[in-house]
Design a protein around this ligand. Structure first.
Ligand SMILES: Nc1ncnc2c1ncn2[C@@H]1O[C@H](COP(=O)(O)OP(=O)(O)OP(=O)(O)O)[C@@H](O)[C@H]1O
Ligand SMILES: [Mg+2]
Length: 397
């Protein structure tokens, strides 16, 4: 996941670009409504930003001067320029100012996707030592939050070779581990919290249950008294250690919104809200949306997951999307046979029934987070300067 800053003086352009990014992959998107020159003059804009997308209708002298300063101070931040009918002159100025890619406004969807993948590949590579944090929340019991979180984690590990840790935050009846393994866990979350002072990578590794080569689980406290001992400060320390060891840390937060789970949500790159299409979820979903907004979690970080979907659903998808205020990112089918068999055997559904509808839907969901590399297309800049900018292979001695 990359951090992308989108800058435009036009609100509708900001929305359009953020929408196209969301359709391509899950990135953290920060929108700034201002002209490029003004936005680039703000000190914090490029802090930790992997890609800067500037909508600059005329890309004037002020924009260029500010951009040149920013790209020389932050060479790790790449820049994409969206501008109306870019002439050869604009392309030349853009290249001199450090822009990697220029697309005409409005960008062609496929071209935009290709360039976005190219310009974020440096951030998506491994070696950052900074695993991303995904939280799964629900507004009503039984929506399938635990099933989705646990099986999604397995898909990321088995199919995408990510190192994944699943942490079960359920206060009382944590069951995430049982869905994917029949091993007896060496320790639960509450036990790790008790030893928080001496927690390091080795201790964490000794406490987690190794489900398969890339997938570990830290089960819930499993009793309300012990669960009470799990504090926000403990989770913050666990998260700091885990992010160094894993590519992805997944929290099954469930319905419990408390200081400890708020800390986790605050640190989450993405929050998956798991709902079903019926009236009680519609009401509870509206309430959950309000809570998310009041905690400062907005559309960019939220992913609406509709679980147990079938054609007999009493309300339609559009109604739920309107109520929740965002489009559904993932629709998972009601697939009781494979889900029940997998849960009964304590085996991930992908492992037990790879070709089932639910396993395929979970694989699609994982592919949205880690899309396979798309074939490269030539951007305007490369079309114009491609030959000149190609580095010749070193001559053989
Ligand atoms: N896509 C699906 N198709 C069929 N059954 C499902 C699906 N997803 C989950 N279930 C079933 O729904 C039930 C509830 O799932 P799960 O325990 O994951 O929900 P939850 O939101 O974590 O509930 P809780 O509030 O108790 O934590 C389980 O019996 C599970 O097997
Ligand atoms: Mg649960």
């Amino acid at each position: 996941m990359a951090k992308i800053a989108v800058v435009s003086a036009d609100d509708s352009h900001l929305q359009y670009v953020a929408g196209m990014i969301a359709q391509t992959a899950n990135h953290v998107v920060q929108r700034t409504r201002a002209t490029p020159a003004l936005a680039l003059a703000q000190p914090g804009l490029t802090l930790g930003t992997d890609l800067l997308i500037l909508d600059a209708p005329d890309f004037g002298a002020d924009d260029i001067a500010q951009l040149r300063r920013v790209t020389s101070e932050h060479p790790e931040t790449l820049c994409m320029l969206l501008t109306e009918s870019p002439s050869a002159d604009v392309l030349m100025r853009a290249m001199r100012a450090g822009v990697q890619c220029v697309l005409p406004w409005p960008p062609d969807a496929q071209e935009f996707r290709d360039e976005l993948q190219r310009c974020t590949s440096h951030a998506l590579g491994t070696g950052r030592g900074d695993g991303q944090v995904l939280s799964f929340i629900s507004c009503k019991g039984g929506s399938g939050t635990t099933f989705t979180a646990a099986n999604f984690g397995y898909v990321l590990a088995a199919r995408h070779h990510k190192r994944v840790l699943l942490v079960d935050l359920s206060q009382q009846y944590g069951d995430a581990a049982f869905l994917v393994t029949d091993q007896t866990p060496p320790a639960a979350l509450s036990e790790v919290c008790k030893q928080i002072e001496r927690l390091d990578a080795a201790l964490l590794d000794a406490c987690v249950t190794h489900v398969c080569p890339h997938f570990d689980v830290l089960p819930a406290a499993g009793d309300p008294v012990k669960a009470g001992a799990v504090k926000a400060a403990h989770l913050e320390r666990i998260l700091a250690v885990a992010r160094q060891q894993y590519d992805v840390v997944i929290f099954d937060v469930g319905q419990d919104i408390n200081p400890a789970s708020i800390m986790v949500l605050d640190h989450s790159n993405l929050i998956y809200a798991v709902l079903q299409l019926n009236l009680s979820y519609l009401r509870a979903g509206r309430r959950m949306r309000d809570i998310c907004h009041s905690l400062g979690y907005h559309a960019e970080r939220l992913r609406l997951v509709i679980n147990r979907h079938d054609k007999h659903a009493p309300i339609d998808l559009r109604t739920m999307e309107e109520c929740f205020g965002i489009r559904a990112s993932h629709v998972l089918p009601h697939d009781p046979g494979p889900v029940r068999d997998a849960a009964n055997q304590g085996v991930p559904v992908l492992q037990l029934a790879e070709s089932s509808a639910i396993a395929r839907a979970l694989s699609d969901m994982a592919r949205q987070l880690y899309p396979e590399a798309a074939p490269r297309r030539d951007s305007l800049l490369r079309k114009l300067f491609g030959q000149a900018s190609q580095v010749p292979a070193p001559a053989r001695a």
